[in-house]
Write a protein that binds this ligand. Sequence first.
Ligand code: TXA
Ligand code: MG
Length: 319
Amino acid sequence: MILEASDVLRSGGLVAFPTETVYGLGADATNSTAVEKVFKAKGRPPDNPLIVHVGDINQLRAISKILTPNAMKLAEAFWPGPLTLVVEHRNLFPPIVTAHLPTVALRMPDHPVALALIKALGTGLVGPSANLSGRPSPTTARHVVDDLDGIVDVILDAGPTTIGVESTVVDVTTDSAVILRLGGLPREKIEAMVGHVRMASELKELQHSPGTRHRHYAPNARVELVPENDHSVFAAKLSTLVGARLRVGCMIHSESLFHVAREMDVEVVQISAEEYASKLFYMMRKFDADGVAVIMIEKIPEIGIGEAVMDRLRRAAER
Ligand code: TXA
Ligand code: MG
């Protein structure tokens, strides 16, 4: 299956592949026609550059123009894993891959299928999340079919992904690392290696990850975030929605909110705060499929991966 898939990539086709974070939409990074297909398939704006997936740290050395100490430290500590490093490149890929930027985003995923595919291809595998632009990222092969059926040539199904939110993107072009996108690797772990890291959103210069400008992670239903453990706020909001005859789905973790939802007889899933990351996009897509109009989600503490989860939730709730 891997060899068939790498043949498809080599002849310019598209292969959806599993990673530990979300499913990716793969193409040969050295083939600009194939890469163009990726942008088209997703409806992705051409100013939003792609991640190139690599199979080992040697590729980081080969692709980077300047290898900063931060780049080496973080790759050695966290690759393979949910960490994408933005480095200056040596023009080894067609400019469409990086949206003509002097930098490229590199990641070595922690998934045997992805690593086998990268190895079999041998060049570099572009892989944005395998969803239509703006939609929640796919955490199962079914989600890929729902968004890209007929467009992608092969889907490698390895079951649900384990982490469930995308990788953390870190700019390591200078000696002070900057987080461009929160993600599966918690900020605390990065800081333990390289000291304090700044967030692109806190910087005055527009050093943001190009992708974060665009609307993201949104289900069709409206998303409302509710404070943790506050059953009176939740009950008031919920009764207004139910009174307006809107179909409501709830994703919560506390007992107190669970009881309120049960009493009002709405669709509810209770999962622990720790499980939020892995179930978040899954639940958004499930509620959409069920025809829910409003998804109420209880907030979680912004520690560890909770910081990335709350980032995605706020974006999903923006209208
Ligand atoms: O977990 C993940 O990262 C998944 C899996 C499939 O690996 N991929 C993924 O790719 O989320 P995508 O394309 O959906 O997100 C890549 C992010 C975007 O926000 C993009 O703007 C940013 O990385 N990015 C890519 N190249 C960049 C560059 N040269 N400079 C700054 N940001 C860059
Ligand atoms: Mg994406």
